[in-house]
Design a protein around this ligand. Structure first.
Ligand code: ZN
Length: 686
């Protein structure tokens, strides 16, 4: 990048970060996620370090926390309130340790002789509070504010049940901890706020801050805020003093009557800290509190005091955040992908970036409406999100960072693969989104995608027949219809795509094994528009019940009798799906393809040995369940006679709500559908 471009980028980043800083810290109403915010700050830090000539003392990288709201009494902190520097990854953690070792080596013998040990605690995503006690009585509760001046929230902390008001001993004490809200309490609070037409809280951190920064303490009381205290900043009287280790500090805090999180590790080995971290990356959603990482501190107070502070942060501790699920990067191009239904999907080609622990270079943009909604252009800085197994998506374009050379994107008028004219159509009758389609059924891109879907794990599950192989077989003219797959011989493929005799035999064997399949998987494998896994299950259940577990050959003769009306009567199936299914059946090409599979495919039906306690009930699942995976939950429901639908309708019997539920949860509230939490759900199935 040119100097001017770098300077411009630095300035734009500073302005943007300041805007979001106020929303985040001062107003407790962030517009972008903490993680995306952190990535912007990180980019700015890196640029500033590489280009000290653009340094500026007013840069947001030089500030701590928030400005104090006018409505509160200001509190000047007795002890300056710092926040820890961050490390991003094991290498940086090791580098931090190395710095400490070097520092200690320069100290006198009394420090050098203390064993170097660490305490790593969970980093609770709530709000920092500072409590002051005089003669054992709670006299002040304060927010961190900008580190120098905080807000007086004594009235609010006074109504919180797990904060002792009287320690029962004559001591002066200043303690620090984190106030937090249970995820389940946030859910309840947001339901209530929705009914009252009030804005919802984005996360437990904001809800906690919003609940404590209230002039009316009765609001705080109703919100059931919890605390974990973790640090003693001052302690005099009663022959007591601040313990010499962080571990003992936690013990003493507990003895005083404070809530303390018992989960931490105490170790001389950084490697064990990394293991603790790794363990919590996968367990992070299981606790009632939100965790966004861990905090590592030198256990010895003497060493900590000797290490002291840099201009910005303590040297004796660092924060180690979990891999971000939202980060910022740059859209380098927008390309078109043609799917198996012919739908043209714009895909953002990104500057590679690590998100949720893996490098990502593509993100779907869904359709032109989505591009318009996001306002994203080629060259834009964007926030992308990747959570769990979901494919990465663009959530926001940071238009404030534009330099002027960004290019708008328009859908092409012709299919980029076959050149056929592109037509506009709705993806479904209830979803008004306009999509663009290549209507050429012989379009190579569609053929490949359809075939890849057919052989995929959730479909016919032909092991070893990957995307590249499918594409090669189609180009070579080996397969064009599903039946062609089952007519393949080892000799046809030896020599193709690195196939030797053994690997060719293996593939033919796994093709043979895929012949036995459930009706539901087969219906899913066909890739009928709108017929996903769950819908395929529902239709399969209907067919097997109505036609008494038909064989494949029986199925090929009876399926033309299935009407739109009969499908619409199935709970969980709407007119769009029913329509799409009968349109597929009516197509002569499809009929011919399926007829050719006669005597190739054998349907297998499972007989149920479970009590059919939820027979006829339809479930919708949303959010993460703590003790059972999504797939297990679905299986249990199906085993016991119930069915699972992907969206909430009036016909839904129950909506099962886990952690961080999606819009289905809101739909359930709107339609007044019975809501089950995890415990109630498991009780029902037990
Ligand atoms: Zn095409």
């Amino acid at each position: 990048m040119k100097k001017e471009a770098i300077q411009s980028r630095i300035q734009k980043l500073r302005t943007l970060i300041d805007v979001h800083r106020v929303k985040y810290y001062t107003n407790d109403a962030p517009e972008i996620s903490d993680e995306a915010y952190d990535t912007l700050v990180r980019e700015l830090e890196i640029l500033e370090q590489a280009h000290p000539e653009f340094a500026d003392s007013t840069s947001p990288t030089q500030k701590v926390g928030a400005t104090v709201l006018e409505k509160f009494i200001k509190v000047k902190h007795e002890i300056l309130q710092w926040s820890y520097d961050n490390v991003f990854g094991y290498d940086e953690l090791l580098a931090w340790e190395e710095k400490i070792v070097r520092f200690i080596e320069k100290e006198d013998i009394s420090i050098r002789n203390i064993p170097r040990e660490y305490v790593a605690e969970l980093k609770i995503d709530g709000m920092k509070i500072i409590l002051t006690y005089e003669h054992g009585k709670l006299v002040l509760g304060a927010t961190r504010g900008d580190g120098v001046v905080g807000e007086d929230i004594t009235h609010a902390v006074s109504v919180m049940p797990d904060i002792p008001k009287d320690l029962g001993r004559d001591i002066s004490l200043v303690v620090i901890g984190e106030a937090w809200m249970k995820k389940s309490d946030l859910q309840k609070l947001n339901i209530r706020r929705q009914k009252e037409d009030k804005p919802l809280f984005a996360n437990t951190r904001n809800a906690t801050a919003g609940s404590l920064r209230q002039l009316d303490a009765s609001i705080t009381r109703d919100r059931n805020i919890q605390t974990f205290m973790y640090s003693i900043e001052k302690l005099t009287g009663d022959d007591l003093e601040i313990p010499d280790s962080q571990k003992e500090t936690l013990v003493l805090l507990k003895k005083f009557g404070f809530s303390v999180n018992d989960i931490f590790v105490h170790t001389p080995h950084v490697k064990e800290i990394q293991e603790f971290y790794n363990g919590w990356v996968s367990k992070r959603d299981k606790e009632e509190y939100s965790i966004d990482g861990i905090v590592i501190k030198i256990d010895s107070r003497k060493i900590s005091q000797a290490l002291g502070y840099t201009a910005k942060a303590p040297r004796f501790g660092v924060a180690y955040k979990f891999p971000a699920e939202e980060v910022t990067t740059i859209v380098e191009d927008i390309a078109i992908q043609v799917g198996r239904t012919g739908a043209l999907t714009p895909v953002a080609h990104l500057r590679p970036v690590v998100v949720a622990g893996s490098t990502v270079s593509r993100a779907t943009l869904h359709n032109q409406d989505e591009i318009d909604r996001l306002g994203v252009r080629i060259g834009d800085t964007v926030i992308i999100r990747k959570a769990g197994d979901v494919i990465p998506e663009v959530v926001r374009a940071l238009t404030e960072l534009r330099e002027g050379g960004e290019k708008p994107f328009h859908m092409p008028t012709h299919c980029p693969v076959c050149g056929n004219t592109v037509v506009q159509g709705q993806t479904s009758t209830d979803d008004k989104t306009v999509a663009f389609f290549c209507t050429n059924k012989k379009c190579f891109a569609q053929e490949v995608e359809r075939m890849i879907h057919f052989v995929s794990k959730k479909g016919m599950n032909i092991v070893g027949m990957g995307d590249k192989i499918v594409e090669k077989f189609i180009t070579e003219g080996l397969i064009s219809s599903y039946a062609d797959i089952y007519e393949l011989k080892a000799g046809d493929i030896v020599g193709l795509e690195k196939f030797g005799e053994k690997s060719a035999d293996n593939l033919i064997e796994s093709i043979a094994q895929s012949r036995e399949v459930s009706l539901a998987k087969f219906l899913y494998a066909l890739g009928i528009h709108h017929v996903g896994e769950e819908t395929a299950e529902l239709i399969a259940k209907y067919i097997s019940e109505t036609y008494n577990n038909p064989s494949y050959d029986e199925f090929v003769h009876l399926w033309k009798k299935i009407t739109k009306e009969s499908l619409e009567n199935i709970e969980g199936i709407g007119p769009t799906v029913a329509d799409s299914f009968v349109v597929y059946i009516a197509d002569a090409d499809h009929q011919e393809q399926l007829s050719r599979l006669e005597s190739q495919i054998a349907f297998v039906y499972e007989s149920s040995t479970f009590p059919q306690t939820v027979s006829g009930k339809t479930f919708v699942l949303t959010g993460t369940l703590a003790t059972i995976s999504r797939d297990e939950a679905k299986n249990r429901i199906k085993q016991m006679g119930g069915s699972v639908a992907s969206s909430v309708s009036k016909k839904t019997s129950y909506v099962v709500v886990g952690d961080e539920p999606g819009s289905k949860y809101d739909d359930a509230v709107k339609l007044n559908i019975s809501i089950l939490d995890e415990k109630a759900f498991l009780d029902l199935l037990s």
